[in-house]
Design a protein around this ligand. Structure first.
Ligand code: FE2
Ligand code: FE2
Length: 253
């Protein structure tokens, strides 16, 4: 069994230093990896990022993160990324990483993602250049997620996880006003996840949403925004698929 701890939208600032640390210190007992689904800071300042870095340093489990829209607000995402990396996090944007644990290899592909809405109620790549660029931005994030998941396919992972800040599905937005769904995620992320395949998709951003959802391709989606899960993190247990053993004297296909 692979144990994946996840939380997003911890929105840390100077006065929240130490709030999550006691819970995070229990991670080696209950999880193989901690995923952080973006919006780790309030305004994306280096000072706030340093609070997060101290909170996650030397936890005893690998930490894999994506940034959220709040982590971009101060327009210094590279600096925020570098500070989180100093704290030991692997920060993904259109990349993948593999975490080795006793039960097998955990592949994580991550991107912040972006918005635009869900099939039938989505922004289209049409009209003004700004509108086209908006949709292309989402498409670039989705494409990078797809190729990162595809690269993991060749890396003998027991499970593959898609980590985003924006939501790939509308299911996990239930509770949010319908009018803002187009700003909470994009169906292009779900198309990427279903196209490349994954065992779990984790996102944040929708503070008033719902934890459980699913892509149309059947991939489990979990909204781990802290206000949704109501705790420092949630742990998801994933079954390691059984390998087909090669018959004696024969070959496995
Ligand atoms: Fe947030
Ligand atoms: Fe957000």
């Amino acid at each position: 069994m692979i144990r994946i701890a996840a939380v997003g939208d911890i929105h840390m600032g100077p006065e929240s230093q130490g709030v999550l640390r006691p819970a995070f210190e229990t991670l080696p007992d209950c999880a193989d990896v901690l995923l952080l689904a973006g919006d780790l800071t309030r305004h994306g300042t280096p000072e706030e990022a340093r609070v997060v870095a101290r909170e996650i340093k030397d936890l005893g489990v690998p930490v894999v993160a994506v940034l959220g829209n709040h982590d971009h607000h101060d327009e210094r995402p590279e600096e925020v990324t570098a500070i989180l990396q100093d704290g030991g996090a692997r920060v993904l944007e259109g990349q993948e990483t593999v975490v080795e644990c006793a039960a097998g290899r955990i592949g994580v592909a991550g991107t912040k993602g972006f918005c635009g809405g869900f099939a039938g109620r989505n922004a289209g790549e049409f009209g003004e250049p700004l509108m086209k660029e908006f949709v292309r931005t989402t498409r670039r994030h989705a494409d990078s997620l797809r190729t990162a998941l595809e690269r993991l396919d060749a890396q003998d992972c027991a499970v593959r996880v898609a980590l985003t800040h924006f939501s790939p599905v509308p299911d996990t937005l239930a509770g949010e006003p319908l009018e803002i769904y187009p700003f909470l995620g994009s169906y292009l992320l779900a198309e990427a996840i279903d196209g490349a395949g994954a065992d779990l998709a984790v996102h944040g951003h929708a503070h008033a949403g719902t934890e459980h959802g699913m892509t149309s391709g059947g991939v489990r989606v979990r909204n781990v925004a802290q206000p949704v899960i109501g705790r420092a993190f949630h742990v998801y247990h994933l079954q390691v698929p059984e390998r087909v053993a090669a018959p004696v004297g024969g070959q496995a296909h």
